[in-house]
Write a new protein. Structure first.
Length: 596
């Protein structure tokens, strides 16, 4: 389903609470300046707040009731309101953020037929959940990601964790730049200095006092129990040290009562509660401690680095991307209070090293996480997705033929394919299907399906044996008859591929295309193509890619029919087949890398 109108430059951002609108501060105005019409969907914290925040960015506001916790009746009502808001605004792109808005907004986006749905993943609450709650959160994430065309992970380790848990297909996930959702701006030293002097007096904190800082929710998931234990050990060796806690307690994730009691008895603990901004407090600190259990990409670690502070954090998802261990700070194992204490002690007792780490962190943030660069990356990505969706609407006759013929083929070949799958399972083992991410239309990745044709035999060091060793006689039969490619009919049905088009090559080959050769990405890749019926696996790379470009320039119904007929003849005759292509010719990246 679609809007049944030309794709427009309209984008809607959805979050659960208007407090989270800060994720997009500056981003909405930038997109509006680039010709996008912007909508903001959220549950307002107080009446009129959402409208005010939207007006600051030149966006349209759509207040929608949403509750953070699970409430079936309220959630159904929220989906209905979200659907109505989307039908009213009619965005081409929907960007959902935060778990509840991602789930409900994703469902509403599918129902409303939004052409492009993006889920910006800020973290995984399920990582520290257990039992029934974890199962519910896993199911919710799977549904939210299934509703999205792309899942933008805010850090590389978060993307890896999504893949590890199998929450969605790997090709749907992406990390923009070095990560982060909004970047971090270096603080204004003049303004910060004035505020810091006032704060130092208010906290009775003399200049030069070693201070361990913490910014965030006073919660178990933030590692507060380990921080308290580490601070106790630190005081034995650095008794003049202070612990500065910035943030309020979290009733939804409380720390054990004994931890808060211990915290209340410890000398040198300074608590500010919730503050409008942590930026003025960073100059009071000697090191920032973030002993978290899970993150998406901790903004506080980047803020501290921007202020020139070394950072101690854990190897948890997201957190390990915010520190370059041994260069901008220290990484310690999750839950290891002894390792945390050692790192904090090193930061306080080796000021030269701490200063070097702080300077390196500041340079890293300036280079990789400048807000303008991060926001420009978002605009460019949205433009890329819009081009991809527009390209998918071209040549409707071709898409119609793909749907009709692939549907008929799957209906006719369903039982034989099932029998072939059982044969693959018996002779080659599991999994029956070989899955690999390939570049598709406009270079957008997709997961291609084939019947597996090789075993998983490995050498003594655990490495896979060469292809020729793992390719059995049964596998050679599958390849020579092209039976291994029958599952690609599902790719055609889904719209990832076409029956006829340039064959989808490996993702790592794409950077080696010339600008002219890159035109092969202007159409959907095919099960068969002009190059396959004119040399198949025996043509050189230069010739094969040239034939792909020729096909794109001469694309038409009669040419496709001619290629389909020639393919049938080639397959029946088993001509032009090479069992192990990379033994007959170099990989494209290897061949052109040698040329360079």
């Amino acid at each position: 389903m679609s809007w049944r109108r030309p794709l427009s430059r309209r984008i809607a951002f959805a979050v659960t609470s208007s407090v989270s609108v800060d994720f997009f501060k500056g981003q909405l105005a930038l997109m509006r300046g680039r010709g996008w019409t912007v909508g903001l969907i959220s549950a307002p914290t107080v009446p009129g707040e959402l409208e005010g925040r939207a007006a600051e960015e030149g966006a349209q506001a759509f207040p929608v009731p949403m509750e953070r916790e699970i409430s079936p009746r309220a959630d159904l009502r929220s989906v209905w309101h979200l659907y109505r808001a989307l039908r009213q605004f009619r965005p081409t792109v929907l960007n959902v953020n935060t778990p509840k808005a991602a789930l409900l907004g994703g469902l509403a986006g599918v129902a409303a037929g939004v052409p492009l749905r993006v889920y910006t993943l800020h973290g995984l609450r399920l990582e520290t959940a257990t039992g029934l709650k974890r199962r519910v959160l896993v199911a919710a994430e799977r549904v939210a990601m299934a509703c999205a065309h792309r899942v933008v992970c805010v850090s590389p380790s978060l993307q890896a964790r999504v893949h590890e848990l199998g929450l969605t297909a790997p090709h749907k996930t992406v990390v923009l730049g070095a990560g982060s959702v909004r970047g971090v701006r270096l603080p204004d030293p003049v303004t910060t200095a004035e505020e810091t002097r006032a704060l130092r007096e208010a906290l009775d904190l003399p200049e030069g006092t070693p201070v361990v800082g913490f910014v965030g929710r006073l919660a178990r998931d933030k590692g507060l129990p380990e921080l308290v234990s580490a601070y106790q050990a630190l005081q034995l060796e650095v008794p003049e040290a202070r612990l500065l806690l910035i943030g309020g307690e979290d009733a939804g994730d409380p720390v054990p009562p004994g931890v808060m009691e211990t915290l209340g008895r410890l000398p040198g603990v300074l608590r500010t509660g919730l503050v409008p901004s942590a930026t003025p407090y960073y100059p009071l600190m000697s090191v920032l401690a973030l002993p978290t259990y899970r993150e998406g990409f901790p903004a506080v670690a980047l803020e501290a680095a921007a202020a020139g502070l070394p950072v101690v954090t854990t190897t948890a998802t997201g957190a390990r991307d915010a520190v370059q261990d041994g260069r901008t700070g220290w990484l310690v194992p999750v839950g290891d209070d002894s390792a945390l204490a050692r790192a904090l002690r090193e930061a306080l007792t080796h000021p030269g090293r701490a200063q070097a780490y702080g300077e390196a962190g500041q340079a890293w943030v300036r280079d990789a996480f400048d807000p303008v660069r991060v926001q420009e990356g978002w605009v460019a990505y949205c433009e890329t997705l819009l081009d991809w969706r527009r390209a998918s609407t071209l040549h409707p006759w071709k898409r119609g033929m793909d749907l009709a013929l692939s549907g008929l083929a799957l209906t006719a070949l369903g039982l034989p394919m099932l029998g072939l799958a059982l044969a693959v399972r018996r002779r080659l083992g599991s999994p029956v299907l070989f899955r690999q991410v390939r570049p598709g239309l406009q270079g957008q990745p997709f997961t291609m399906y084939k019947f597996r044709s090789m075993t998983d035999e490995r050498g003594p060091n655990g490495e896979l044996l060469p292809d020729r060793v793992r390719l059995t006689p049964f596998g050679r039969f599958l390849r020579s008859t092209s039976l291994d490619e029958l599952p690609e009919l599902f790719n055609v049905l889904k719209g990832d591929m076409s029956l006829v088009g340039p064959r989808p090559l490996l993702t790592r080959y794409t950077p080696f295309f010339t600008p002219e050769e890159a035109q092969r990405l202007d159409v959907r890749p095919g099960i068969t193509g002009w190059a396959q019926v004119n040399g198949r696996n025996t043509a050189s790379w230069d010739d094969r890619l040239a034939m792909d470009v020729w096909y794109v320039r001469h694309l038409g119904l009669w040419l496709d029919l001619k290629i389909v007929w020639s393919t049938v003849r080639k397959v029946l005759g088993r001509t032009g087949v090479v069992d192990v292509p990379n033994e007959a010719m170099l990989d494209l990246d290897a061949e052109r890398g040698v040329r360079v």
